[in-house]
Design a protein around this ligand. Structure first.
Ligand code: SF4
Ligand code: SF4
Length: 423
């Protein structure tokens, strides 16, 4: 008899759906595809059949379960609060259990991303050859035809000249020389490490200026978002355990990446196999804070105390809510409070601020055409504001917003909120 271990874990969540179809108004994938299999209700129905042993994980089923951004718009707007994200991830985990990961994901997840040193080596190699990719604008490069499997014509930022891991010290003491208010661990995240290292340095500087001691454990690893959201729970658990160990002796774990913070907080939702693991993951989750949440809610920095950097004076800014901040962590007021109180900056709310940008991690690799259609709606919202700059707090969203703004020939530049703030 088939072992339905991963599916059994999500049965109670699959039973929450009452088939009302309300989610169809909010699901970005359904809004483009208009087929029942695109929406939460359809995915949930098929997964329930799989739980009963009446649906196999055929290539068609894999396509349906794979075509979800995990944006949680369905969950946020569901009258029954059905947790379809858990159902989708659980179905993917069952699929991996039955069919394996396939060569590409197996190599990428287990041989590259799970091995921090190897990941760095591969990207150093890629950096040496990135000059082969034509530049679009500034440090943005263009994926040529021979890399079209990653998204034909996609604009991607250059890899940084020096990776953050090669710049940071293991410990940063408070700049005022006084006894630290608290000791926090800085979690880099891959995009900050390899693409936006200045963001990591900025956060360290910001915190140490305010009396915090920041440690940067070398033993930290990738947060695992793309890995366990793809259903590779085995590698996901390996990364979770490595990160928990690496940040064992700090009060808080802080990151400037919305996807990383939500993933580190999500270990206990998806990965535990037993009660002991559940407790360990839950305890870790309590320590994890996104940078904006930490600055406003823990460090108690008043938004009005913050100063706008000179280069942004007179600009009009709008805010994009990363799914991993607004729906996974309920972080929506902190960035708005900061943006509205920065003197010299005008804030305009965009009409669809909480709409997913279409990235969805590896979703955009497999469904780039769909990503572009979803992103076009986000771009229309940005255009409606007349803003000069788009501000967010997730490097993954930044990469996708930059690509789509360039594709739509829009003038707006994209920034992480920390980049706007002085000191
Ligand atoms: S997921 Fe929620 S909104 Fe969608 S059909 Fe089920 S109960 Fe209704
Ligand atoms: S998580 Fe997002 S993409 Fe997936 S079914 Fe729900 S609304 Fe649709």
């Amino acid at each position: 008899m088939k072992d339905l271990k991963e599916l059994k874990k999500i049965e109670k969540f699959a039973d929450q759906c009452m088939k009302c179809g309300f989610c169809s108004f909010f699901c970005p994938v359904y809004q483009e595809e208009k087929v029942e299999t695109a929406v939460a209700r359809g995915k949930n129905y098929l997964t329930k059949l799989a739980i009963k042993g009446e649906q196999e994980f055929t290539p068609e089923m894999a396509e349906i379960i794979g075509k979800c951004l995990l944006c949680k718009r369905c969950v946020a707007n569901c009258p029954a609060k059905a947790q379809i994200d858990r159902v989708v991830v659980g179905a993917r985990a069952q699929m991996v259990k039955e069919k394996g990961l396939g060569f590409v994901k197996n190599f990428a997840f287990r041989k590259v991303m799970a091995d921090r040193k190897a990941f760095g080596r591969y990207l150093r190699l890629a950096k040496a050859f990135q000059w082969l990719l034509p530049k679009t604008e500034g440090n943005i490069r263009h994926l040529p035809d021979f890399l079209k499997a990653l998204g034909k014509g996609r604009n991607i930022p250059s890899l940084a000249k020096t990776f953050l891991r090669d710049m940071v010290k293991p410990v940063y003491k408070p700049q005022n020389g006084e006894t630290p208010k608290m000791r926090v661990g800085f979690f880099m995240g891959c995009a900050t490490d390899f693409v936006y290292p200045e963001l990591g340095l900025k956060l360290i500087d910001f915190l140490t200026k305010r009396g915090v001691e920041v440690v940067v454990p070398e033993a930290q690893n990738c947060c695992g978002a793309a890995i366990y959201f793809s259903g590779d729970f085995e590698t996901g658990r390996y990364l979770a355990n490595a990160n928990i160990k690496a940040f064992d002796d700090v009060e808080y774990v802080i990151t400037a990446c919305g996807t990383c913070s939500s993933t580190l907080k999500d270990y206990q939702k998806y990965l535990p196999d037993n009660e002991e693991e559940q407790k360990r993951y839950e305890a870790f989750e309590k320590k994890v804070k996104d940078s904006l949440e930490f600055i406003i809610n823990i460090l108690n920095v008043k938004p009005e105390e913050l100063t706008l950097k000179k280069e942004f004076e007179g600009k009009v800014a709008t805010w994009h809510d990363p799914c991993h901040l607004i729906r996974y962590q309920n972080i929506k007021d902190q960035p708005r409070a900061i943006l509205k109180s920065l003197k010299g900056l005008k804030y305009v709310e965009m009409p669809n601020a909480d709409l997913c940008c279409g990235m969805g991690g590896s979703f955009s690799v497999y469904h780039y055409d769909l990503t572009k259609k979803i992103a076009d709606k986000k771009m229309n919202g940005i255009k409606a504001t007349g803003a000069d700059i788009v501000v967010t707090a997730c490097p993954g969203c930044m990469i996708n917003l930059i690509d789509n703004a360039l594709r739509n020939k829009m003038p707006q530049k994209v920034y992480h909120l920390l980049e706007l703030v002085e000191g």
